[in-house]
Write a protein that binds this ligand. Structure first.
Ligand SMILES: NC(=O)C1=CN([C@@H]2O[C@H](COP(=O)(O)OP(=O)(O)OC[C@H]3O[C@@H](n4cnc5c(N)ncnc54)[C@H](OP(=O)(O)O)[C@@H]3O)[C@@H](O)[C@H]2O)C=CC1
Ligand SMILES: CC(=O)C(=O)O
Ligand SMILES: [Mg+2]
Length: 762
């Protein structure tokens, strides 16, 4: 993606559909008069009085315990410098977003319009009763040091300057691992630190705590090497002043083993890298642009172990890996501080986690085939779901052992489960899907490309690397709409209504006629059909001119399914196709079938639908646990409709013993694992978390998924066609851009899977 398109995309991302990145939502019922009488006057007086009696009750009755203030004055925003409180707000909202998605903490950004240390401290102290923790952010040194020190002394909630300690923790973990790979000892290595601000000073202090020798360290600020004989050094700079009689970065880099960049962009040259010792470790962490460009560094030396603060290269050494998890652990034991012991525990947990086998879903999420501890993987990836279960417990335990925890944890297994549940409702599965598509993008024909939303989606999938779009539709309209959204990429546009396309139309018509001539289709009919974009698009897929097809945006579902069934047909061994919806729910992703095709399936068809749904769930990296739903439980009714579901289960148990499936079962039992365990302990679902629901007929499935979508605002992907011979997917009438993008990713992954199966069959 070019810098200019990233700029535009970032601005639109922040501006639309509503400005900013976070909002506040209520967590309690509020619909009736009775609810409001509890939420507000008179009921609200009761918790007020309890808290007035004992301040600690504020943790029991309010959101304080999970609320962290992200506070700045905008004086050192990323590497952009002193850009002021308003301009820093997107970064602070971003931290709030990261707090939420990685650790389920509510992060509230607060931008203060003051550079006066006392005023800053006084303000934070005044608002501190609201919060469970204070995350100081992007405040320049040396003010940041005094602000943090005094607030830590004067407040009894955890206070952490993220740029200092978050960065120190992450970079120390990465450094320890990089040194292990380079086979060097921290006591021996020569370290150059570029930057002498908040981040650099704290990082260097922590490296010293892990064994780095002061005489091996050279630190530089904007004026060059910080020498002991330099005048007017702050006390923090003096702490790292060097005896060496050198002045420049160029001189400092000669024979250095480690370069730590916490300063500004583009100050390291290839020549400097070449002057470093063997297996040099280079952490160029300035944001958004590092001290040396990643590609430039990697092309300069092959033996380099390189990291940046950015997410678009391997080894992202960025405090995003730290602050969400450190505060999670601190809040969960009501720590009064974040102390050295807690920081060291976080470093060790991160360093050790890197050496554990990486779960497949992390590989998929990052489009990697096999992440393994080594030069390109010295620190876990932020989307690693194991982080939440590793770092907060380590931090919480250290808080307890060092005596700063007010509410110690007793049941660690339960705590770990609670941590994992906190992340149940995010968009991991969508991310996983997109990243999987990106590993091997396919050619997708959009059969209704002369619609704005389709074009917007096509632009996104192209720019994201999910797919290579082919735009089918009225060329003039397409070009006009593309101009409207600045979609200026060179993509293939096909207008099957024009004469330009006659050759292809004839070729496809001939093929179609060959296949259908004994079904009453004349060559003239076939030619006419090829003017219909769904027929034309289906032939493109059949003939290999496109890998997948997306249609249905502007037409009713059945009118689009029909030509697809006629031309593309079912996969071998499939008697009936079906459709599945993936719902993103509070309890995690759920697969629902058959939501769109089979009105009253027989028991055998129902079994087949379950089996196809199981295969599709695996495509999303999820092991299906299937409940076959009914109004009855395990033979409690002799009615034909309940028997049908019971027979389907018996068929599945006989023919597909590896699938975890049971029923017939009512939906409340299926979704409540304790209830099921207590009443039907013999069931294959007992004690398991059901993630796939197979409905007895189309009425129940379709009504349920639409109700969930509308009532719960659950995101839905689908209906995803199951059992087709080629990756063809049909949108819901008027689907939104996000839905179209997601369906395109489904189509691409479907194509990848079909390709894999074909290769395996050869
Ligand atoms: N990857 C990550 O997780 C993180 C990265 N960072 C990055 O680190 C950088 C510094 O942040 P922070 O410490 O908060 O900011 P500060 O403002 O506290 O410090 C900036 C430091 O950079 C020094 N500097 C400026 N120009 C040069 C130069 N040409 N050569 C050497 N040093 C120079 C300044 O020198 P002087 O003292 O003379 O003014 C100052 O010491 C930013 O780019 C930020 O994005 C920060 C935190 C986390
Ligand atoms: C990552 C971060 O906090 C910074 O660059 O300031
Ligand atoms: Mg920062």
């Amino acid at each position: 993606m070019s810098k200019e398109s990233r700029r535009r995309e970032a601005l639109v991302y922040h501006a639309k559909p509503q400005p900013g990145k976070i909002k506040i939502v209520p967590t309690k019922r509020y619909s009736t008069q009775r609810d409001l009488a509890l939420a507000y006057s008179p009921g609200v007086a009761e918790p007020c009085l309890e808290i007035a009696k004992n301040k600690d009750n504020v943790y029991k009755y309010t959101a304080k315990g999970n609320l962290v203030a992200v506070i700045t004055n905008g004086t050192a925003v990323l590497g952009l410098g002193d850009i002021g409180p308003e301009a820093s707000k997107p970064v602070m909202e971003g931290k709030g977003l990261l707090f939420k998605i990685f650790a389920d903490i509510d992060g509230m950004d607060i931008e203060l319009d003051t550079k006066d240390i006392d005023k800053f401290i006084e303000t934070v102290k005044t608002i501190a009763p609201t919060f469970g923790g204070i995350n100081l952010e992007d405040i320049k040194a040396p003010e940041a040091f005094e602000i943090e020190r005094r607030l830590k002394e004067e407040l009894d909630i955890p206070v952490m300057h993220d740029d200092q300690h978050g960065t120190a923790i992450i970079s120390a973990a990465a450094l320890l691992n990089a040194l292990e790979i380079a086979e060097k000892k921290i006591e021996d290595v020569k370290i150059v630190i570029s930057g002498a601000g908040a981040a650099a000073v704290s990082c260097t202090r922590l490296y010293k705590a892990f064994g780095a020798m002061p005489e091996n360290i050279v630190m530089l600020d904007s004026k060059g090497v910080i020498r002991k004989d330099r005048e007017n050094l702050s006390k923090e700079k003096l702490e790292f002043a060097s005896d060496r009689k050198i002045d420049t970065l160029e001189e400092a880099m000669v024979n250095a083993d480690v370069f730590i960049g916490l300063s500004i962009a583009d100050i390291v040259s290839p020549a400097m890298l070449n002057s470093m010792a063997d297996n040099p470790i280079v952490f160029a962490m300035a944001n958004p642009d590092p001290e040396i460009d990643y590609e430039l560094a990697m092309s300069t030396r092959k033996d380099i172990i390189m990291a940046t603060g950015r997410s678009d290269h391997p080894n992202q050494v960025n405090n995003v890996l730290g602050f969400p998890f450190i505060f999670r652990g601190a809040l969960d034991v009501r720590a009064t501080k974040i102390n050295e012991e807690m920081k060291m525990a976080a470093v060790k947990a991160l360093a050790e986690l890197t050496k554990e086998p990486v779960p497949e879903q992390v590989n998929i999420a990052y489009g990697e085939t096999r992440l393994n501890f080594g030069r390109d993987y010295i620190i876990p990836k932020p989307f690693d779901p194991r982080l939440i279960a590793s770092v907060p417990p380590a931090v919480a335990k250290a808080a307890m052992d060092s005596g700063v925890a007010k509410e110690p944890i007793e049941d660690w297994a339960k705590y770990e489960e609670e941590l994992l549940q906190r992340l149940g409702n995010d968009n991991k599965i969508v991310r996983l899907l997109h990243n999987r598509a990106k590993t091997n993008p396919k050619k997708v024909v959009f059969a209704e490309a002369d619609h704005l939303d389709i074009l917007k989606a096509a632009q996104i999938v192209l720019e994201e690397g999910i797919a290579e779009p082919i735009l089918l539709g009225d060329k003039e309209t397409i070009l006009e709409l593309m101009k409207e959204i600045d979609f200026d990429a060179d993509v293939l546009i096909i207008d099957n209504k024009t004469n330009e396309c006659n050759e292809k139309k004839n070729q496809y018509a001939k093929k179609y006629w060959e296949a259908r001539k004994r079904h009453g289709v004349t060559f003239y009919d076939a030619q006419k059909k090829m003017r219909d974009r769904n027929y034309f698009a289906a032939m493109m897929v059949n003939e290999g001119d496109a890998d997948c097809l997306i249609s249905g945006y502007s037409r009713a579902y059945p009118t689009v399914v029909r030509p697809m069934l006629e031309l593309i047909g079912k996969a071998s061994g499939v008697s009936k196709v079906a459709a599945m919806n993936l719902m993103i729910t509070e309890r995690g992703p759920m697969f629902l079938s058959d939501t769109s095709i089979n009105i009253e399936p027989t028991s055998k068809e129902l079994a087949k639908i379950a089996q196809m749904t199981a295969t599709a769930a695996k495509m999303f990296g999820i092991e299906p646990v299937i409940a076959m739903l009914s109004y009855a439980n395990f033979g409690s009714s002799r009615d034909d409709r309940a028997n049908k579901v019971g027979d389907a289960v018996a068929y599945l148990h006989r023919h597909y013993p590896d699938i975890t499936v049971d029923g017939e079962v009512q939906s409340d039992f299926a979704l409540n694992k304790e209830l099921l365990q207590s009443q039907f302990p013999f069931s294959k679902l007992a004690g398991k978390k059901v993630n796939t629901l197979i409905f007895p007929n189309l009425d129940s499935a379709n009504i349920t998924y639409k109700l969930m979508k509308e009532l719960n605002q659950s995101d839905s992907i689908g209906p995803i066609l199951l059992g087709m011979n080629k990756p063809v997917h049909i949108l819901q009438l008027g689907a939104g851009v996000e839905e179209i993008v997601n369906m395109t990713a489904v189509a691409v992954v479907d194509a990848q899977e079909k390709e894999k199966r074909q290769k395996a069959a050869l």
